[in-house]
Design a protein around this ligand. Structure first.
Ligand code: ZN
Length: 324
C-alpha cells in the first residue's frame, strides 16, 4: 500500500537565520529531544529518506515549519519565503518520488504571495501552499488576503492551514495566569493551536470565502482541529437564514476542506471525523518530526475501516487532491 503523508516539516538556513531563529533556538535549548527535532528538520535528504523507509512511508508532502514567515516584517518574509521555496525545490529534485512540497508565502504582501504561489506551482511543481494561521493577528477571511485565495483557486491547488500560536491579546486573555510553562503548552499543542485553527476556518466559512471561491480547498490537520466534534452544533445554530450564506455551514466543511491526522493517532477522534466528514476527505499524515512516522503508520494499519478505505486515506485522496 502506497503511503503519502501531508503534514510534514522542514527548516531552511534562511528560516533559521531569520523568522524561525527565536522559535528554533528555544527548541534546541530545551534539551536533547528538542535538539533532535531541530536536527531532523534541517535534513530533507538521505537521512530522512532512510527514516521513511524504516517506517514504511513512501512520500512526504512537506512544508516550512511553523511559525513560517507569517509573523515577520514584509520584506524579510518575502525574501525568506522565496529562498525557502527554492531550497525545497532543490531537495525535491534529488528525491522526486519521495518528497513533494507546499509553498511558503509572505501573506503580509498578498499580491507578491499570489505570484510566488504561481511560481512555485508552475515552475517548481509544488502542490499548494502552507499558511501558518493568522498574519500578525489578521485572518485569511480579511479581504486584504483575497489575491492569495483567488490565485490558489485559479491554480486549483489547496491551502494547508497550519496552526500557529494565538495573537498576544488572545494569548493573554485566554491562556494567561498559569506558570509560563503551562501557558506555553496550553496556548499551543494542548489546546490553543487547534482551537485557533478551527476558529480561523470557521471565519473563512462565515465570511463567505467559499461562496466567492467555490472551488477553493483548505486542508487542516490534527483530525480536524475539533471541527468534527462541533460540526452538527455549529451547523444548527448558524443556519443560512442567519449567516446569509449560500449553503449550510456543514456543506462548506464537507466540500471545501480536507482533513489529516497530524499525529492525532486516536481512534475515537478518527471515528468522529470519519462519521461527520466521510472517508474521501481524510488524508494520512504524521506531523514529522513532532509525530512518529512509525506510530502513524501503525495507527493507519489498524484503523477500523475496509482495505479500500485504508487505501483512500493512505494515498488515494492525496493523489487526487494534489495530483501526485
Ligand atoms: Zn505540523
Amino acid at each position: 500500500m502506497r503511503t503519502i503523508t501531508v503534514e510534514e516539516h522542514f527548516i531552511t538556513p534562511a528560516f533559521l537565520a531569520g523568522p524561525g531563529k527565536h522559535f528554533m533556538n528555544r527548541f534546541r535549548d530545551s534539551g536533547p529531544a528538542g535538539a533532535v527535532i531541530v536536527d531532523r528538520l534541517t535534513d530533507l535528504g538521505d537521512k530522512r529518506v532512510a527514516e521513511m523507509d524504516a517506517a514504511g512511508i513512501d512520500m512526504q508532502v512537506v512544508s516550512l515549519n511553523a511559525p513560517g514567515v507569517e509573523q515577520a516584517e514584509p520584506d524579510e518574509a518575502v525574501a525568506c519565503a522565496r529562498e525557502s521555496n527554492d531550497w525545497l525545490a532543490e531537495a525535491i529534485k534529488k528525491h522526486p518520488t519521495r518528497f513533494a512540497g507546499f509553498a511558503s508565502l509572505a501573506t503580509q504582501a498578498p499580491d507578491k504571495a499570489a505570484d510566488e504561489l504561481e511560481r512555485c506551482v508552475r515552475k517548481l511543481g509544488f502542490k499548494g501552499a502552507n499558511i501558518n494561521g493568522h498574519t500578525r493577528g489578521r485572518y485569511l477571511d480579511d479581504k486584504f488576503f483575497a489575491p492569495i485565495l483567488t490565485r490558489a483557486e485559479a491554480l486549483d491547488v489547496p491551502i494547508y492551514l497550519h496552526p500557529t500560536a494565538p495573537a498576544k491579546p488572545v494569548l493573554d486573555a485566554l491562556y494567561g495566569g498559569f506558570s509560563p510553562a503551562v501557558t506555553a503548552v496550553f496556548s499551543t499543542g494542548a489546546w490553543g493551536w487547534h482551537i485557533e485553527t478551527a476558529v480561523h476556518l470557521l471565519r473563512l466559512v462565515l465570511a463567505g470565502v467559499f461562496d466567492r471561491h467555490p472551488k477553493l480547498q483548505i486542508c487542516i490537520g490534527h483530525m480536524g482541529e475539533a471541527i468534527p466534534f462541533m460540526l452538527e452544533r455549529t451547523n444548527r445554530v448558524l443556519p443560512p437564514q442567519l449567516t446569509k450564506l449560500a449553503r449550510p455551514v456543514a456543506d462548506y466543511l464537507r466540500q471545501n476542506v480536507h482533513y489529516t491526522f497530524g499525529g492525532f493517532n486516536f481512534t475515537p477522534t478518527f471515528l468522529n471525523l470519519l462519521l461527520e466528514i466521510g472517508v474521501d476527505r481524510i488524508m494520512f499524515s504524521a506531523d514529522y518530526p513532532y509525530g512518529s512516522m512509525a506510530e502513524a503508520r501503525s495507527f493507519l494499519q489498524h484503523l477500523p475501516v475496509s482495505e479500500a478505505d485504508r487505501e483512500r486515506i493512505a494515498h488515494g485522496n492525496a493523489e487526487r487532491l494534489l495530483r501526485l
